[in-house]
Write a protein that binds this ligand. Structure first.
Ligand code: MN
Length: 220
C-alpha cells in the first residue's frame, strides 16, 4: 500500500519480502540499510517538519506534490524532499519482487511494443536514462493520463505525481541503492535490478489507466 493518500503521522511501510529475498541481484545489507535507515529517515523527517507546521496535518502526500506552490518557500523544499523520499522509496521497493518476470503480458506488453518496439529496447532506453541521471535521482517508466508510456528521469526526490504520471517501473540510482554491492558500477546494478521487476504490478497500474481512457473514448 502506498502512503500517497495518507496524512500525518506517516509510518515506515513494511517490505513485502525479506531483506535477502532479492539476492543475488540486490544484497540483503543494501536492502536493510536502504529501507530501515534511508527510507525511515524520510518518514521521521517528514513527521518532524509537519509537527513543527501543524497546518499540514490534514495534507496527504498527493496534496504536497500537487499543491507545492501553496507551501511557503522557506519550508517547501524540506517538506517536498521528505514527502518525495517517502513516496519514491515505497514505489521503488514495492515494484521489486523475488518472483520477477523478464517481460510484461497483456495490454502492457502491447503498449511496450507500440512505444518501444520491444522489451529489449525499453530496457536499453531505461538503462540509458538511469545512467544519465547526474548525481542522485531516479529513472522511471511511467504511464501518462492518455495511456502513453514514457521514460523520465527525476533529480533527488522529485516524483512523477508532480507531472500527473503513474509509476510502472522505478530504479533508484542514488548511490546508497547500490554502492555496497556494486561500488561505482551503476550499469551492473541496473542489469541486476532488471531481474527484480514486478511486471504484474506494472500491468495492473497500466490496465487501470487504460480502462479509464477506454470508458472516456466510448462515452460510457
Ligand atoms: Mn533510495
Amino acid at each position: 500500500m502506498s502512503s500517497l493518500f495518507k496524512t500525518y503521522p506517516y509510518e515506515l511501510e513494511a517490505l513485502e519480502y525479506d531483506f535477502n529475498a532479492l539476492e543475488p541481484y540486490i544484497d540483503a545489507k543494501t536492502v536493510e540499510i536502504h529501507h530501515d535507515r534511508h527510507q525511515r529517515n524520510y518518514v521521521n523527517s517528514l513527521n518532524a517538519v509537519i509537527e513543527e507546521n501543524p497546518e499540514y496535518k490534514d495534507w496527504t502526500l498527493d496534496d504536497f506534490f500537487r499543491k507545492e506552490m501553496q507551501i511557503p518557500s522557506d519550508i517547501r523544499h524540506i517538506i517536498l524532499r521528505n514527502a518525495g523520499g517517502v513516496y519514491n522509496h515505497e514505489e521503488y521497493f514495492s515494484h521489486m519482487t523475488p518472483d520477477g518476470q523478464l517481460s510484461p503480458e497483456g495490454e502492457l506488453a502491447d503498449a511496450v511494443e507500440d512505444f518501444f518496439g520491444s522489451v529489449e529496447n525499453l530496457k536499453a532506453e531505461l538503462k540509458k536514462a538511469a545512467l544519465d541521471v547526474f548525481g542522485s535521482g531516479y529513472a522511471y517508466l511511467v504511464v501518462t493520463p492518455q495511456s502513453w508510456l514514457q521514460i523520465i528521469t527525476l533529480s533527488n526526490q522529485e516524483t512523477p505525481v508532480q507531472f500527473n504520471f503513474k509509476p510502472l517501473l522505478i530504479v533508484d540510482v542514488w548511490e546508497h541503492a547500490y554502492y555496497l554491492g556494486y561500488q561505482n558500477k551503476r550499469a551492473d546494478y541496473f542489469d541486476n535490478w532488471w531481474n527484480t521487476v514486478d511486471w504484474k504490478k506494472a500491468e495492473e497500474t497500466y490496465e487501470e489507466v487504460n480502462a479509464k481512457n477506454k470508458k472516456f473514448e466510448f462515452g460510457f
